[in-house]
Design a protein around this ligand. Structure first.
Ligand SMILES: *Cc1c(COP(=O)(O)O)cnc(C)c1O
Length: 428
């Protein structure tokens, strides 16, 4: 009902009962993500109080090195194509151009003896959006299992979809099944002790830097098959795997094609965090079921979702991604990853030498440090900042099982990384 007579343009007022649409109240279940704002706040307060201190940030989860030259050349060439009517590209395929799908299938899977069809690969603008969006094709009442500590996207996307209640004081959302990953279980979570429908696994892991063995991954696949669950496998850090026995793809595991969806990204290997390109593999064998019990192809459902909501990433960026698979591009990407991993080694060796207990940093750009003397994650943050002027990320910010740990990253410059380690060794 209009209460104020003539409505203003675009603004219809009523008695307040039903004037504006109701919002999605599941958003109110999200706990305030105060991790990075709190880091900024404490860092700024310290910087203001100590203007002469030269802070080194080893907390960043973003790459810092410029794009490989092969990628830059492809960007220029693709831009020139866009400048001529004969080679101009408008809308492309929703799922990505075939030249890129073919390069992905051949290099990321075929070269490792894994067969993935072009119609099983869906190119997108990011691993973040893919891992957030995949839950959309599953039922509202699906039970979600998450590693703890964890990349927050998996939890948050399911919270706003209404699959959880609010978080408790420890930060755990009601309704989710948490899989603690600590030094006590070598960061290898136990299988859930109840039925779950969706299992988010991330290997190599952000934030712990842990990897999964072939045997452990086989147990997950067997569990998913027995429970008729789906594994959402985030392999964004695949390029950092150095140990020969660590699986690069979940599809190296027997039976995985029936129960696993895998996400990859060009962000952390080729430095595409500002370019935006990733892909998701949904095998033809992967199945879900309707409420009535009819089996459905998850590949067909995801294809439908992509077709409805996307026109695919930009042509120029897809050309840039394809350049990653050229011999030159592969060499340059290898050099980028090696450069970050040399930083990881400097941090690992330096902190181990200084008496710290450290994990990760061998097959991942993350070093997961045990805080000394029973300090909480935030106490250690303050200690490190005050004594060494080094910024990292408190492990508790990634989940309750991250309490008592601290994340340092290998994405800094060589000089700053070495200096930060030197300061930690001498001042802590
Ligand atoms: C960085 C990262 C990604 C990749 O995100 P993009 O959106 O592709 O940049 C995916 N998963 C995890 C766990 C990450 O840390």
């Amino acid at each position: 009902m209009l209460r104020h007579g003539v409505a203003r343009p675009y603004c219809i007022l009523s008695d307040g009962e039903n004037a504006v649409p109701k919002v999605n109240e599941h958003y109110f279940n999200l706990k305030a993500s105060y991790l990075f704002s709190e880091i900024r706040r404490r860092t700024k307060a310290f910087g203001d109080a100590h203007p002469d201190a030269r802070l080194i940030n080893l907390g960043i989860g973003d790459v810092t090195q410029p794009l490989p030259p092969a990628v830059i050349r492809a960007v220029h060439e693709a831009a020139d194509e866009m400048a001529r009517a004969e080679t101009f590209k408008g809308y492309g395929p929703y799922v990505g151009y075939e030249f890129l799908l073919a390069a992905i299938a051949a290099h990321d899977f075929g070269a490792r003896g894994v067969k993935v069809g072009l119609d099983e690969i869906f190119v997108s603008d990011g691993g973040k959006s893919d891992s957030a969006n995949l839950q959309e094709i599953f039922a509202r009442d699906s039970v979600v299992a998450l590693m703890d500590p964890v990349y927050p996207v998996y939890a948050d996307s399911n919270v706003v979809a209404g699959r959880s209640g609010p978080a408790d004081e420890s930060g755990r959302y009601a309704g989710f099944v948490y899989l603690p990953c600590t030094a006590e279980n070598a960061f290898q979570p136990a299988l859930p002790d109840r039925h779950v429908d969706l299992i988010y696994l991330c290997y190599p892991n952000n934030p712990t830097g842990a990897v999964v063995t072939r045997e452990a991954l086989q147990r997950w696949v067997d569990y998913a098959r027995a429970q008729e669950a789906t594994i959402l496998y985030d392999a964004a850090y695949e390029a950092y795997i150095a140990d020969a026995e660590v699986p690069h793809s979940i599809y190296e595991i027997d039976g995985a094609r029936e129960v696993a969806i895998e996400c990859r990204s060009f962000s952390k290997n080729a430095g595409f965090t500002g370019m935006r390109l990733a892909y998701t593999v949904v095998p033809k064998e992967a199945r879900g079921r309707t409420a009535g019990g009819t089996e459905m192809s998850l590949n067909a459902l995801w294809h439908r979702r992509v077709a409805i909501k996307s026109n695919g990433p930009p042509y120029i960026i897809q050309k840039a991604a394809a350049a990653v698979y050229t011999p030159e591009g592969q060499k340059q990407v290898r050099a980028l990853v090696d450069r970050y991993m040399a930083n990881a080694r400097i941090i690992r060796d330096g902190l181990t030498g200084a008496g710290f207990t450290v994990y990760g940093g061998r097959n991942a750009p993350y070093i997961w440090v045990r805080t000394p003397a029973g300090l909480s994650s935030w106490d250690f943050f303050d200690t490190l900042l005050a004594a060494a002027h080094v910024v990292g990320v408190p492990g508790s910010g990634f989940g309750p099982s991250g309490e008592g740990y601290f994340r340092l990253t290998a994405f800094g410059s060589r000089e700053e990384t070495a200096e930060a380690v030197e300061r930690i060794k001498t001042r802590l």
